[in-house]
Ligand binder design. Sequence first.
Ligand code: ADP
Length: 495
Amino acid sequence: MEIQEWEQHHIDAFCSVIESIPYLDGMFVAYNSNIDAIKHLTEADISKLIGLFNEAEIQERIEAYPREINDPLDLMARLLISMREGKAAEIPTYTSDIHEWLKGHLGFDYACMGGQAGIISNLLACLELKKVVAYVPWLSQELAEYFVAADNLLHPKVEDGRVILKPPQEAFKPDIGSKVNWILEYSRDLQVSCNERKFTVPRDNRLIISSRPKWLRLDMDRDVYEQLDSIFPIDGAMLSGYQIIKEEYEDGSTYEQYVIRSVQVIEKLKALNPELRIHVELTSIQNRVIRKAILTEIVAKHVHSLGLDTVEVANALNVLGHEELSYSVIKKEENGIISLYQGAVQLLKDLSLERVHVHSLGFYICILEKGHPLTLKEHRDSLLFSSTLASAKAFKGNIGDLSEAEVGLKVPISVGGIEGLDNFKLYCVGRRLCTEEEFEYGYLYGPDHDAVIIPSKVVDKPKATVGIGDAISAGAFTAMLARMKQKKAINVLPM
Ligand code: ADP
């Protein structure tokens, strides 16, 4: 693949997507949003934290591999595991004790909007969509302040039994606490020593401690559900946050009830606009029962589009019974990209989707059901647009408006990504998924699906890494819907 051509494709796609966006009426974005407290860890911070404990006890807890954070030792164990492997992880905590402990013993550098729905709502509002309707069941006054104050970003508010759309800052629930997640970032080459074991951190990454207060429920207020028509017109919905669903709650309720209610919301949205498209953004889900329920009961047959990273592809395949494929996706060896492609195709089929968008560092793959109303070139433009957004976000830390998004065009395409794709070419041409020339365009034609693959732009020293995946999925899905609306408008207009 020629880098220069792909740079030009990025520029052309950006311009063409910007032209299409005004055709959209609006986007609905739910459910998860929280405050992220971010701390970039130094060697001194790590030594200080380790010094608060008996090092042999930390080691014992590392071996126990806690799956949730119940006390500070669990936190230390998962932090050191994450740093040793340079691997991102998101671990839940169900009490506010850890929040207090971290505030007292570490403190944070800054706080910002977190959670997929919060990040996506703010981004779409800055991309000048006519209307973005955010919905967060636990919108507190403090959290509302982290939504951008823009005329096009609204949230449902129940007033005298009637649902009206208001800026989030006027739509919060007065007596609800705030969900605060901690993001502990660390850099490559950091030296760590604990219990006479030493290691060097292999990669920049982060540990997220995700707060799950007892009152947290993935649900929609009855009035909002009953009057869901009040958020229309909208063309699409981006839904995320299902990972907070618990198998069982203290009040005796179980995940099944929340799964059923989530599906009811999706079905009602589609009934109100049969052309509406639903995208679900996945993230890491530790509990296998919940992971499987989300995939087989919420996503399968109900939603059109799924966005996820490579680890999530492996995790999804694993609970769907494709252990071998899942293993070869996670191993990330030379043929990793082939497994990733096969895995994404499997997800499209198993979950009856129209579209599966996988993002990886250096390239994105989008698998498409045959017969989609857009051409592969138009889908490619959507992915390229999202690559520009991702690099703008990595470069600047945040995208405040369209001109800041455009900065992403200056970031070079990943050489590693191009090389990875060149290796994949042999497989694709050999399997007759495409000719060499078609591969240069990024177009693949499978027996029961099509696919688009692009090299992406990667920022060498990113200012932020959180939420880039969300920006990629949101950018591409929105660009696709905008193009669909634009085509429809042009086709029905009289000549
Ligand atoms: P998050 O949940 O924080 O959004 P994900 O793992 O879902 O994280 O997505 C991360 C994605 O961001 C990667 O797949 C990659 O495509 C992109 N990305 C990560 N680092 C960079 C970077 N430095 N420059 C551009 N894109 C990046």
